[in-house]
Design a protein around this ligand. Structure first.
Ligand code: C2E
Ligand code: CA
Ligand code: CA
Length: 574
């Protein structure tokens, strides 16, 4: 191996250090290598004074040979490496002939540069000790590593930290044991946007949302995109519920004005779950799951944000238990139907029956459909429940027809998710009706306004198919949901059922009467039939009669009745 001495003539210092003039036999090849070597080489003597540098070294550091030669090695990168560093190297070298490690150099312009340093020691008899340092520039390698790190840790669409980096940050924050809030935010309706619009629109919304959120956050707060339409926020210094609530409200304010996209304006909404640290579990994973629980519940309740509480988890566990019980209930005949008569007061007879579902739980007693229908919808049992209900209602109507009540219609409730999962030609339901020996004309399907808002084209097709076959479509609980007139007008609807909320204060409250009058007129103008629900008093009935409303359902006439109680009721009222 060539020694430093061989190259001395190439980079000999001008006056300072004595140079061994043993270069006569220098090989021209070695001189060429010295000049063209990519790696930077620096040689110094036992006192760490620079004796030689090659051109690559000058290129790497920005210093000229003249500026370095004769100076102590640390003159040009002071501050980056301390004396200890040299001691460590010298100690390592005393045990072997070479030391290697990554270091940061400082260029003449003070910019740092990463390098792989290899130091060799030359000490032969009769020759003074010499150190040879070879620097391999690691800038490109470090940049590539950083790019890879970015790809692993950052979301390319929003440039926000992703779930991996977020989890690391969350774990670190938990270790610090200081107060902070974790918020998980989910955009509503992104699935529909991705289906109904080009994917670019969805991407654009995500980007704009991330900017809006970021603009409202402090410099120490972290915003991460942890899923397709899910963001997580970590906010240090949130000492109490009140502070976090103000913060959450401010964040939800991002959705108060429309999103200006390149081709259109769009309103978006979101839901947020909040969990506070410190928490009982003392675990980042549990804290995250708490926030997700709160988010799930906020979405379920259609509210903008919700804080995690112990009760929330208990409620969720209860719901999970009810889901399991519901499966058993279906198998073990705990589910039944009752029928509420709908009167036509002009004809003075019952013209329709509404089938209403009941669950007699072996331990909990009667559970209201208002409690278990949403659970069945959540866990996907609603289809099974709905199919059972339709079959049972048709069976009972068939029996009634055989008993002579042949003009009765049966009204069955259909949940939105249930309606959305049948074929576009509604074959399943029409077949059930026919299989039970009934005509589609005997059946009214009650749907809610929410159905008119979602998947409009397909739902319209399903409604049309049912109607074409002869079934009637009723809008249930009118006035409690979106109540959009334009939707009513454009959908194939036969009957509008006015919710009991519009009846309970009539005839005493004038404003309520005016509102009800308005709705009645509107439905008449649309040439649809009207049913008034929840009529409990004769004063209400008198008012409705005076307005020409004759299709009446309510406790005033009858509560929902079991099939066995229904038959004598109908016989009496015919
Ligand atoms: P809904 O379809 O609006 O049913 C009318 C509800 O009002 C029934 O409650 C009925 O018992 C009650 N009701 C009737 N007359 C009066 C009255 O004069 N005053 C008062 N205060 N209430 C009256 P129910 O049976 O508890 O059903 C609640 C809701 O559960 C139903 O509201 C419907 O949305 C849903 N539901 C019931 N059965 C089914 C079903 O088989 N399938 C689906 N998907 N939903 C159902
Ligand atoms: Ca109904
Ligand atoms: Ca109703």
């Amino acid at each position: 191996m060539a020694t430093a001495r061989d190259y001395s003539q190439l980079s000999e210092p001008k006056n300072k250090t004595p140079v061994h003039n043993e270069t006569k036999g220098l090989d021209a090849h070695l001189a060429s290598i010295w000049h063209h070597l990519h790696d930077a080489v620096l040689i110094c003597d036992a006192s760490l004074n620079v004796t030689h540098t090659n051109p690559a070294f000058e290129l790497l550091t920005g210093y000229t040979r003249e500026e370095l030669l004769g100076h102590r090695i640390d003159f040009w990168h002071k501050g980056l490496m301390n004396e200890r560093f040299y001691q460590d190297i010298s100690k390592a070298l005393s045990q072997g002939s070479q030391w290697q490690g990554e270091i940061w150099l400082r260029r003449k312009d003070r910019s740092p540069v990463p390098a792989l340093l290899t130091v060799c020691m030359e000490s032969r008899l009769k020759t003074p000790l010499t150190y040879v340092a070879i620097f391999k520039d690691l800038t490109l390698q470090k940049e590539a590593e950083m790019r890879l790190q970015d790809r692993i840790h950052y979301d390319s669409l929003t440039e926000l930290p992703n779930r991996i980096l977020f989890s690391q940050y969350l774990a670190r924050l938990c270790e610090c044991q200081s107060d902070f809030a974790l918020m998980v935010l989910d955009l509503r309706g992104m699935k529909a946007i991705n289906i109904n619009h080009h994917h670019d629109t969805g991407d654009e919304i995500i980007r704009v949302v991330s900017k809006r959120l970021r603009n409202r956050m402090g410099p120490d707060d972290l915003l991460a995109r942890i899923g397709g339409d899910e963001f997580a926020l970590l906010i240090p210094g949130m000492h109490n519920h009140w502070m976090a609530e103000q913060y959450a409200k401010n964040m939800m304010g991002c959705f108060e004005w429309p999103f200006q996209l390149s081709h259109q304006q769009m309103y978006m909404s979101a839901a947020m779950g909040v969990a506070m640290w410190p928490c009982n579990s003392n675990s980042p994973d549990v804290l995250f799951s708490d926030a997700e629980h709160a988010l799930f519940e906020a979405k379920r309740q259609h509210i903008p944000y919700l804080f995690f509480t112990k009760e929330l988890r208990e409620n969720q566990q209860n719901r999970n238990q009810l889901q399991q019980d519901l499966v058993t209930a279906l198998k073990e005949n705990q589910i039944s139907l009752v029928y509420q008569p709908i009167w036509n007061t002009a004809l003075q007879q019952v013209t329709k029956l509404e089938a209403l579902i009941r669950w007699q739980h072996p331990e909990k007693g009667n559970i209201s459909p208002l409690d278990f229908i949403p659970i069945a919808e959540e866990c996907g049992l609603i289809q099974l429940l709905g199919q059972w209900g339709l079959l049972q209602a048709c069976t009972d109507l068939n029996k009634l027809k055989k008993l002579g009540f042949d003009s009765l219609q049966m009204s069955v409730n259909r949940s939105t998710p249930e309606f959305q999962t049948i074929d576009l030609d509604a074959k399943e339901w029409l077949m059930t009706i026919q299989d039970m020996g009934l005509s589609p004309r005997d059946i009214v399907f009650e749907i809610t306004e929410s159905l008119l808002m979602a998947n409009q084209t397909e739902n319209r097709q399903r409604m049309q198919a049912l109607r074409d076959a002869g079934c009637q479509i009723a809008i249930d609980d009118f006035g409690t949901g979106y109540s959009s007139l334009s939707y009513l007008r454009t959908f194939p609807i036969d009957v509008v059922k006015i919710d009991k909320a519009f009846i309970c204060h009539i005839p005493d409250e004038t404003q309520e009467c005016l509102l009800l009058d308005g709705i009645i007129n509107m439905v008449r103008n649309l040439e649809m039939q009207l049913i008034i629900e929840g009529v409990e008093t004769s004063a209400q009935l008198d008012y409705l009669q005076s307005r020409g409303c004759h299709a009446i359902q309510g406790y005033l006439f009858s509560r929902p009745l079991s099939f066995d109680a229904l038959v004598p009721y109908l016989q009496k009222s015919q």
